[in-house]
Each structure stands twice: as C-alpha cells, then as structure tokens.
Design a protein around this ligand. Structure first.
Ligand code: PGA
Length: 259
C-alpha cells in the first residue's frame, strides 16, 4: 500500500521530501525529477534549494507534470515560467535539462507524444512530486481520466479553473485546456511522492487513499503504484479512517528504508 506520513506542518513535510530528493541526487547525479506546480510543492522546492549545494545538481533532469494550452511560455503564470522561477533558478538546475510540455497552439497535436518520447529518452522519471486538486486531479487529469492515459490535451474542469483563478486577474484568463502527463505516464515513474496540506484537501485525500479505485477520483490511481509516499499535514489527514495505523507503521519503520 501507499505509505502515508502525517507530519505537523508543511515545513516538516518539505524537510522530509527534500531529504529524499537530495539523497536521490547524491546516489544518481543524472536523476530525473517529476515536477509539480501549484502552491503545495513550493515549501519542498525551497527546502531542496536550501540544501542543493550538498550535491552536484548540474546533470539533474526535470519533467513538469503539465502546462496550460494556449498560454505563451513567456506568460508569468505559464508552468514553464513557474518551473523556471520556483525550481530551475533556486536549485541552479541546467535549464536545457528541465522540460515542460509544449502548450503553444502550433504544437498541441504532437505535444503529448513528443513529451512521452523525451521522458523515455531521459530514462524515465525517478521521483515524481504530485499535488492533488480539490476535484481529485493529479497533473491536470480531471475526473474521468483513463488510468492508462499518456501525455495529452485535457479540458480543465470549472473547479480547477476557479481554484487557479487566484494566479490570474480573473477566471476568464485561466486557460480552458492543458497538456498533461497522463495517469499512465505518472504510474511509470519509479517513486511517487504526493503532498497535501490544509483541511480543504481532507475529503479528497481520504477518497484518494482509502476510497475505491475510480477514475472519478484520478488521484486514487496511486493505489496501483508499488512505491508511493503520501506526505500530509495534520489538517489534510484529518478525515483518514486508518490514520492511527499509518502513524504506527511510520513510527516503527526501519530507518534504512528511507522514504
Ligand atoms: P495546489 O494545487 O497545490 O495549488 O493546491 C494542487 C493541484 O491542483 O494539483
């Protein structure tokens, strides 16, 4: 099953995940990181950046989960811009090794297959960071997404556009479409690290971890992956039925196992 780690604060979660990422880069200088956007992973990126001089990150490769369709890469809220600002620059990664799906209209038809080919050429993703949307999406795989899906164009739900309107001056400016890694793409990553913070995420976290496997909650696909770590703060974990078991399992875990 997925390992569920419940910590007091997002900063504690960031420390744990940063440890795992730094260890991975130390073991594998050409590590391939799967990068999520949104508010959730920000403390993780800050924690990694604070320790990045412990390793040589110049050969680290990165693949963003998704990109808006139809938003120029130069737009400050394009995921290319966000990844550059929050990940590439603070961590000092090599920009040419960090990939984001192409959301420009001229390349939409082939953006998905091109991206899959790039991930394959890089040797696959070692550690994929994931947030979870209020509607249960991971990446921009909205409810109903196929568990076998690969990178492709997806229409955003109204809820996702409302959730993301805070980054734009109005909801009308939030693009209606995206190019996103599919659930099948995400399942191919060797280690999934899903993060969620705050009480607003508690119901969807409970559904994804303890509810039925269903495309209606795309994040429930993590139940099918052999190596998943789910790191939650107390508020996001507050509706889990088996929280005591998860705490017990983590407290008694041999330290050599790592995350
Ligand atoms: P958030 O978004 O981290 O901004 O809550 C999560 C997501 O939509 O995947």
């Amino acid at each position: 099953m997925a390992e569920v780690v419940i910590v007091p604060t997002p900063e504690d979660a960031a420390t744990l995940v940063a440890d795992a990422v730094i260890d991975l880069i130390r073991r594998k200088p050409r590590a391939v990181l799967g990068l999520a956007t949104g508010s959730t992973p920000s403390p993780v990126y800050r924690a990694i950046a604070a320790r990045i001089n412990e390793v040589d990150a110049s050969q680290v490769q990165g693949f963003a989960l998704d990109e808006y369709a139809g938003l120029p890469a130069s737009h400050p809220e394009s995921y290319r811009a966000v990844i550059t600002r929050e990940v590439v620059e603070p961590m000092g990664l090599t920009p040419a090794l960090v990939h984001v799906p192409r959301g420009d209209l001229a390349h939409l038809r082939t953006a998905g297959s091109d991206y899959e080919a790039q991930i394959h050429t890089a040797g696959g993703i070692d550690l994929q960071l994931l947030g979870i949307g209020g509607d249960g999406h991971i990446g921009f795989n909205e409810p109903g997404s196929s568990f076998a899906s690969l990178t492709r164009v997806k229409t955003l739900t109204r809820q996702t556009r409302e959730d993301n309107a805070r980054f734009f001056s109005s909801i009308d400016e939030v693009p209606s479409h995206s190019v996103t890694q599919g659930l099948g793409t995400i399942l191919r990553a060797r280690h999934l690290v899903m993060l969620a913070f705050g009480a607003a995420k508690a119901p969807v976290v409970q559904a994804a971890i303890e509810g039925p496997l269903t495309a209606s909650v795309p994040a429930s696909v993590v139940q099918m992956h052999p190596h998943v770590t789910i790191v939650l703060d107390e508020a996001a974990a507050s509706q889990l039925r088996n929280a005591d078991y998860y705490r017990d399992a983590y407290a008694n875990k041999p330290t050599w196992q790592g995350l």
